[in-house]
Design a protein around this ligand. Structure first.
Ligand code: NI
Length: 179
């Protein structure tokens, strides 16, 4: 298994539309395993393939306290969503350090395939419902900060770009030969 590089907002590749998975082979299983490892290591409760620059409809989620309930959603669809909404403070591995309230459907019914291509349905509420909606947005090229006001979003963008420049400088410094 290996850790994958997570794209950081505002990387334009986060806005690509993911394609459905057609082949359920060893490559897909390896990708799912690597995505799970990357999510647990980060640590995060969910990761979409779009965030690791693979533009296919694949999501991994684990909202359990024990980090022992990995859920894999391939080609997910929302079948039903409650009219009732709920507001949650969301974060995202592609926007590290930023948390803000987003309103989403309180309860959903979703359908997806597992890593072997077997279909399943799930009724979700609370954090799991939030997480499925958040990760499915990634597959459509949407990052949660796009629900925030333009003012907030621009501040977040500026902060991320500044951090990115600092990270780059650090990396360059590390690459200088010691004298
Ligand atoms: Ni996210």
């Amino acid at each position: 298994m290996s850790l994958l590089n997570i794209l950081r907002y505002p990387d334009p590749r986060l806005h690509k539309i993911a394609k459905p998975v057609a082949v359920f082979d060893a490559r897909l299983k390896q990708l799912v395993a690597d995505m799970a490892e990357t999510m647990y290591e980060a640590p995060g409760v969910g990761l979409a393939a779009s965030q690791v620059d693979v533009h296919e409809q694949i999501i991994v989620i684990d909202t359990s306290d024990t980090r022992s309930d990995l859920r894999v959603f391939v080609n997910p669809e929302i079948l039903w969503a409650s009219a009732e909404k709920q507001m949650y403070d969301e974060g995202c591995l592609s926007v590290p350090g930023i948390y803000d309230g987003v309103e989403r459907h309180a309860r959903i019914k979703a359908r997806a395939l597992d890593a072997d291509g077997r279909p399943f349905e799930i009724d979700a509420e609370g954090l799991l419902a939030v997480c499925i909606q958040h990760e499915m947005d990634h597959l459509k090229g949407k990052v949660f900060v796009e629900y925030l006001s333009p003012l907030k979003r621009n501040r977040i963008k500026a902060k991320m770009l500044k951090e990115e420049r600092e990270l780059k400088k650090d990396r360059q410094r590390e690459m200088q030969p010691a004298r």
